[in-house]
Ligand binder design. Structure first.
Ligand code: DON
Length: 583
């Protein structure tokens, strides 16, 4: 049974808000083309509606923690701090203090900003650090070693956001996570299944085995799960803020773990970590304002570029999931992903041509290269990028004043490197794997060696995380985002298209089957074979290579009804323990 959140005011049927957003423009064809739910998923139990505030995250327990902050008078940034630390306890696959991410904030007066808390390369990082003794690229060093750990940004990021935009005492926001870790909580079904599946991955590290298993055995759903070392780390963060993580006991334990495992991060690297406030990337789509994350995320640039291309087509009158619809969207994806690989990296090191990439004029040039009835070729000589798995997490928050927060944060792989910092109870990320592997090494297996994203001391690795906020006529409309590596950008794109052009309610827009194209490999991935067979056949005739890509993303989103101001939370049923919690 999906979790029934205690804070939920009312459960809605998808039809109630079906055409709410589209009614501002034109309701989609027939007004009834709600997305087909993914197999086995139910729709309404993951929705909640409320008049004041709403939190939607991958863990219903964490959503309730955030909602309680809103009820007590905290704003959306306060709730984000509390939700994020709670997720580090209840959703260890991606919730974290040892990783990093991005936050997009829209204030009630319409101003917007972003917080970049992406991990940074340690000061001894070098461009060739992922090669072995004979100079060959090593995927193991790049993704599965202590050298794959970036300097964590999460604690600094939430501290920065809280210091500038929060209003509740920090200690009250972190305290619920301390208690969840020390007192324990009843293991929800999704967590039980996830930890059982990760036994081999985590089990190679004794510290991880001790943290996540009882005498080596997985917890069952309903068991009480306590994490005393994590509780002590969270208590230091509660009592000392960012100092409690980047200095003192936690920093010492992390640096010792690095020395044990052959990693590069030192106490000096931790002390030097800096989260940054950056101006958002902005675009427009059929009258809606799109506010998203700038580099070092590629997500905001890519989504604006794709929406600009697609604005030139009347998507609402082209059948959703028809061959032409999928073709046009996939061609937009293909072009944005090529630009991603060519141009994007940490803006403190490389200056991507952001204005051009996000301009309507550039989109018109790209649109002119899209053929009506054929897939364009993807040429390996241009660049190649890997297809990625799906472990990061996104949450969305709106408060009573209309402040909106969109957060995506990650450890990179599910459970990051898999290694818990001994004595500190939290997992290390393996985010350095998002840097290019070796300068100049671009090949058809999926490696890229382009300059903008080569590892250097203090540099942030390129990301695809796309926390996004949609507004119209000065009013908040939606908060969206997703995990899923490079599929993230395309998941967020499709939720927006489903709302604006597909005329779907937010839950249907989230549930609808998704697809993904990322230039190379030249494959159109569809979710659980979610496209109709005639559509697939027509796409193959146009030159597409269509494959089942499994599940794509978990887009926990919020829609604000423009007529009533009702906050509609849509937890993505692809996350078993997810919940929307409002008041
Ligand atoms: O920042 C990124 O784009 C990735 N590290 C996100 C990772 C993710 O979603 C899961 N994939 N491996």
């Amino acid at each position: 049974m999906p979790y029934q959140s205690s804070g939920t005011i009312s459960r809605i049927r998808r039809s109630v808000f079906f055409c709410a957003l589209a009614s501002l423009i034109a309701c989609g064809p027939g007004g009834t083309a709600a997305g087909t739910p993914i197999p086995g998923a139910t729709i309404s139990p993951h929705s909640a509606s409320a008049t004041k505030g709403m939190v939607v995250s991958a863990s219903a327990i964490a959503s309730d923690v955030g909602r309680n902050v809103l009820v007590a008078g905290g704003n959306a940034v306060d709730a984000a701090v509390a939700t994020a630390f709670a997720l580090s306890v209840t959703y260890p696959v991606a919730g974290n203090v040892g990783g990093g991410g991005f936050m997009v904030i829209r204030l009630p007066d319409g101003r917007a900003t972003t917080i970049d808390f992406r991990e940074m390369a340690p000061r001894s990082a070098t461009p060739s650090m992922f090669t072995n003794a004979t100079g060959e690229y090593s995927s193991t060093i790049h993704h599965r070693s202590h050298k794959s750990v970036g300097v964590p940004g999460t604690v600094a990021g939430f501290a920065l956001a809280h210091g500038k935009y929060g209003r509740t005492d920090w200690r009250r926001l972190v305290d619920p996570a301390v208690h969840l870790a020390s007192d324990g909580f009843s293991v929800p079904p999704g967590l039980a299944q996830s930890l059982a599946g990760a036994r081999a991955y985590l089990g190679i590290y004794p510290s991880s085995l001790a943290a996540f298993y009882k005498n080596g055995e997985p917890y069952n759903a309903g068991d009480r799960f306590r994490q005393p070392d994590l509780a002590a780390t969270l208590a230091r963060i509660r009592d000392h803020g960012r100092e409690g993580f980047y200095h003192g006991e936690t920093a010492r334990l992390l640096a010792a773990e690095m020395r044990r495992g052959g990693g590069l991060i030192t106490e000096a690297d931790l002390a030097a970590y800096e989260a940054k406030e950056r101006a958002p990337v902005r675009g427009t789509y059929r009258g809606y304002d799109v506010i998203s994350m700038p580099p070092p995320s590629s997500g905001g640039v890519a989504i604006v570029e794709m929406l600009n291309i697609l604005e030139g087509y009347d998507l609402a009158s082209i059948g959703h999931e028809s061959p032409r619809y999928v073709h046009l969207v996939a061609e937009a994806m293909r072009r944005a992903f090529l630009d991603r690989a060519r141009y994007l990296g940490d803006p403190d090191f490389t200056k991507p041509p952001l204005e051009r990439l996000t301009s309507k004029a550039y989109a018109a040039e790209l649109r002119a290269t899209i053929l009506d009835d054929r897939a364009s070729p993807s040429r390996p000589a241009q660049v190649a990028v890997r297809y990625e798995s799906d472990q990061t997490t996104h949450f969305s928050i709106v408060d009573a004043d209309g402040m909106a927060v969109s957060v995506t944060y990650t450890l990179e792989n599910g459970y990051g490197l898999g290694a818990v910092v001994a004595g500190a109870g939290f997992l290390l990320n393996n985010e350095m794997g998002d840097f290019n592997g070796k300068p100049g090494l671009t090949d058809t297996t999926g490696l890229i060696g382009t300059d903008p994203n080569i590892a250097l001391p203090g540099k942030r690795m390129l990301s695809s995380m796309t926390p996004t906020i949609i507004a119209r006529d000065g009013k908040l409309v939606a908060v969206v985002g997703s995990p899923g590596g490079r599929t993230i950008i395309n998941t967020v794109l499709q939720v927006v298209l489903n709302l604006v052009d597909g005329g779907m309610g937010i839950q249907a827009a989230v549930n609808a089957p998704r697809f993904h194209h990322q230039w190379l490999p030249d494959v159109l991935f569809t979710e659980h074979n979610g496209l109709p067979a005639p559509t697939v056949a027509a796409l193959e005739a146009m030159g597409y290579h269509v494959r089942d890509g499994g599940e794509q993303g978990t887009a926990h989103s919020i829609f604000v009804d423009p007529r009533t101001g009702t906050r509609v939370g849509a937890a993505d049923p692809r996350d078993a323990d997810a919940g929307a919690s409002g008041h």
